[in-house]
Design a protein around this ligand. Structure first.
Ligand code: PEP
Ligand code: MG
Length: 318
């Protein structure tokens, strides 16, 4: 019965009482939008995170302008509803690219990565923004564009200026650094939306390398301190009337998805296999239940207690 119910819930994401929550996809290329043979297309409302670095990795030379336009256009054309949130290049010494030719660093995760690369190689970002704008014109879509690793209001304003100068209308930032979460309201004076990258936000809030298996408990997305940062960003979004989504792994946990919605998040972006279980979970929870669960999770001593205390939805949607 459980299986049939999952298959039965389709269409836009919503709670049992109809509160809309956009369910979006994380992709690296247009190929990620083609369903495996024999399976129906994923029922999502767009792409919430297009990780453009996949075009740049394992390359001796920077991909050319035309190649970038073609790759972006393919994603814009293939995305459900033509809705795509493009993330500009997230590379640096943690994801080294030969053509960037950056000096080695003792702490690459704390070094020149993400948007910070544009401090030393500004042309790479400008070319990418030009290519995104051209692909948008060619496909007749209006992509949203955001930068990774934004840390200060000045960085957000500079990125927004460069993107808007090219006709990009929806400009945002990923919130992956606690300093950005603490300034979410001010960031939204400069930007149209925020997308919380819980993978890096956990790493930087808990001072725990995201690859470090022995520290998995600190990186657990149910950590109340992480949820507090999410709550503050969502509150800033509500006050500004601007969208605040989550695109890290946290969004793919069906029970946590309801908590994030209760905290005020307006979209959840995840890899394709997680969409159906998350949609199903939300469809069984009222917005009030999501808010109650969010309060319980925020007040918990830790992730295990938070998981224990929240109340999953029922088929009746309580
Ligand atoms: C994140 O940090 O949560 C995120 C979505 O970006 P990535 O996993 O690509 O670093
Ligand atoms: Mg990240």
């Amino acid at each position: 019965a459980e299986r049939r119910r999952t298959a039965g819930v389709r269409g836009p994401g919503r709670t049992s009482d109809g509160h809309p929550v956009k369910l979006l996809l994380n992709v690296g290329s247009a190929a990620d939008l083609r369903p495996p043979r024999g399976l129906p297309a994923v029922d999502a409302e767009g792409v919430g995170l297009f990780r453009t670095e996949f075009l740049f990795l394992d390359r001796r030379e920077e991909p050319g302008y035309e190649e970038q336009v073609a790759a972006y256009e393919a994603v814009f054309r293939a995305a459900p509803g033509g809705h795509v949130v493009v993330r500009t290049l997230d590379a640096g010494t943690d994801k080294p690219l030969p053509f960037l030719d950056l000096p080695g660093e003792a702490n690459p995760a704390l070094g020149v990565r993400g948007l910070r690369v544009s401090r030393v190689r500004p042309r790479v970002l400008d070319t990418q923004l030009d290519a995104v704008a051209e692909a948008a014109r060619a496909s007749g879509t209006e992509p949203w564009v955001m930068a990774p690793m934004v840390t200060t209001v000045e960085e957000a304003a500079d990125f927004a200026r460069r993107a808007r100068a090219r006709g990009i209308t929806r400009v945002g930032a990923m919130v992956e650094v606690p300093a950005a979460a603490l300034r979410a309201a001010r960031l939204l004076d400069e930007l149209d939306f925020l997308s919380i990258g819980t993978n890096d936000l956990s790493q930087y809030a808990f001072a725990a390398d995201r690859q470090h298996g022995d520290l998995a408990d600190l990186l657990d997305p149910w950590q109340p301190a992480l949820l507090r940062l999410v709550a503050d960003c969502a509150a800033a979004g509500r006050a500004a009337g601007k969208p605040v989504g989550v695109c890290g792994e946290a969004a793919a946990d069906p029970l946590l998805a309801g908590v994030l919605v209760g905290l005020g998040v307006t979209s959840l972006s995840m890899s394709a296999p997680s969409v159906a279980p998350v949609r199903e979970s939300l469809a069984a929870l009222s917005l009030e239940r999501c808010r109650d669960n969010a309060r319980l999770a925020l007040d918990a001593d830790g992730p295990a207690q938070a998981r224990d205390m929240v109340i999953p939805g029922s088929a009746a949607g309580s």
